[in-house]
Design a protein around this ligand. Structure first.
Ligand SMILES: C[S@@+](CC[C@H](N)C(=O)[O-])C[C@H]1O[C@@H](n2cnc3c(N)ncnc32)[C@H](O)[C@@H]1O
Length: 522
């Protein structure tokens, strides 16, 4: 809101933001060396240690003061918020909260950057928060090095091919944004060399309605330049593929609906959570691939073998499919609002091992509408919402599970046999079936009246998570069993949380008054 009033009549800046923080930690550090500092070896063994010399884990990025995509320069291994999280979890009965530090530099394998400036001096980077000024960040220490290399190549290409960066005031120019996504999955290399040799899928967001616009020649020339200089047959192979996305809208949405594959490999594979996953540029992908993998391996341990799972906010279904493969799930339902993720889901499923014998489906649906329909028949619910947390309807449904269970039991007992699939009358079950895409030849799921006993909440928004957690615990329907934190965004105050809730009151819960606060979202 504030942004709108400050910047009117322009639209608010898109999600590419760069926070100018009041910065408690703005001490100038020694100039960075060409490669980022390595963490202290003991840190890799025991990430929960706090008393390390701060320079050991310092960002040392030349852009720190101008670009504040990173808000904290020191102690990257342990964001200050971890202390708060540890205390919070203690108050809700979990005294063994763990925090995994993961990779501290060059961790970002997926970046969306704005392109502004001029043909001669393009600016490729992030917005300063609350402004439309783009900060150029060629030596970003968070980016995978090949993202920086690909941005450098792109900069040369823009100048050479006379590509006009976008001008927001006039709505003119050719290139608005780019997305760079790195795949580190090249089986022809030894495992230890794969990360550093990651290849970049480049998506160019072009300021035209489609590929038939007069500026298409420039788009093709730029793509060809990137491919010749960085593609498969170049001296320094760093580009995986080049895509175009067409967007002319003046709102703050980065991508338009139209995508075109231009050059290189069409399919983009990564390996996480024990499976090969396909990610189209239009699909959601986690920025920190390695940390995501670490978290998935922990998550798997909380899902019983043979369970039926509902993966809400599923994206391309990475979590659900990784569980299907590693926990031999009876069934997995993935629910996702962005229809673009479906194709990636289908490709991933095609590459699952034949030994995976689950009933697997992907549903293009809003998880907050009729949320119970997704919960009925599942032993485990996984939720991985955007930063703003769960919608109120979903929290309500989770709080009301015992009532539904009670109702379901009575109606089940009053009928002499199980409801046959073809006689199904419950509207939420029917709706769920209609919207579903059942993939593969696996048996159809019908787990009847089962309701979830386990809720696994993955959160990238600490404040919203705390609110949701308090609401769930206040209902006394759920208790918190375990919580883990992951350093998904070193240099910022954001952490990723994996929290495991179980139905019922649980033994170890400290009886602290959480207050029956009604969830309110603005
Ligand atoms: C943080 S991402 C997680 C994606 C996925 N779990 C992963 O790790 O790749 C959140 C996802 O929720 C989706 N989403 C947002 N609101 C939704 C809603 N109301 N119903 C279903 N999906 C939603 C977004 O499109 C996005 O793919």
């Amino acid at each position: 809101m504030m942004r709108l009033s400050l910047l009117s009549p322009r639209p608010p800046v898109p999600i590419i933001t760069c926070h100018v923080s009041p910065g408690s930690l703005r001490t100038r550090l020694p100039p960075p060396s060409s490669s980022p500092p390595q963490p202290h070896p003991s840190l890799l063994q025991n990430p929960n240690q706090t008393a390390l010399p701060s320079l050991t884990c310092a960002l040392q990025c030349p852009h720190f003061q101008t670009c504040s995509g990173c808000t904290h320069e020191l102690n990257l291994h342990r964001p200050v918020i971890v202390e708060e999280a540890t205390e919070f979890f203690k108050t809700v009965g979990v005294s063994d909260f763990t925090f995994d530090s993961c990779r501290l530099w060059e961790w970002r394998c997926r970046a969306k950057l704005a392109v502004r400036g001029t043909v001669e001096s393009p600016l490729i980077g992030l917005y300063q928060e609350g402004t439309h000024n783009v900060v150029d960040i060629p030596d970003c220490k968070a980016h995978h090095p090949n993202i920086n290399a690909a941005v450098d190549l792109l900069r040369q290409g823009i100048t050479k091919m006379n590509v006009e960066p976008y001008d927001e005031d006039l709505g003119t120019g050719d290139l608005r944004y780019i997305q760079m996504a790195v795949t580190t999955y090249d089986t022809s290399l030894p495992a230890s060399e794969r990360y550093r040799n990651g290849k970049v899928q480049v998506a160019l967001v072009w300021n035209s309605r489609n590929e038939n616009s007069p500026s298409s020649n420039k788009l093709n020339a730029l793509a060809t330049f990137l491919w010749q200089k960085g593609g498969l047959k170049s001296n320094a192979h760093l580009i995986h593929s080049v895509w175009a996305n067409f967007q002319t809208s003046t709102n703050n949405i980065i991508f338009g609906n139209r995508w075109r594959h231009l050059l290189g490999e069409r399919d983009f594979w990564e390996r996480v959570g024990g499976i090969d996953i396909s990610l189209a540029p239009s699909s959601f992908g986690q920025a920190n691939t390695r940390a995501f993998d670490v978290m998935l391996r922990k998550l798997q341990k909380y899902v019983p073998f043979g369970a039926s799972v509902a993966d809400l906010y599923a994206g391309a279904g990475v979590i659900g499919l990784s569980l299907a493969a590693t926990r031999k799930c009876r069934s997995v339902k993935c629910i996702e609002i962005n229809k673009e993720s479906k194709l990636s889901f289908e490709k991933t499923i095609d590459r699952l091992s034949n030994s995976v014998d689950s009933s697997i489906s992907w549903h293009h649906a809003d998880a907050s509408k009729e949320p119970l329909s997704w919960m009925v028949g599942s032993d485990v619910i996984v939720v991985d919402p955007p930063r703003k947390g769960l919608e109120m309807s979903l929290v309500d449904a989770l709080q009301n599970i015992p009532k539904v269970e009670h109702k379901a039991k009575s109606s089940f007992e009053s009928s002499s046999t199980h409801t046959k699939i073809r006689d199904e009358k419950r509207p939420w079950v029917l709706r769920a079936r209609e919207a579903s895409v059942q993939i593969g030849s696996k048996t159809t799921s019908d787990d009847g009246q089962a309701l979830p006993e386990t809720l696994i909440y993955i959160s990238c928004g600490w404040e919203s998570f705390k609110e949701d957690c308090k609401s769930l615990l206040a209902s006394k329907v759920w208790h918190l069993e375990k919580a883990h934190g992951y350093n998904f965004f070193p240099g910022t105050q954001s952490i990723e949380v994996l929290a495991v809730f179980k139905r019922g009151q649980g033994g170890g819960l400290k009886k602290k008054k959480l207050g029956k606060k009604k969830k309110k979202r603005l």
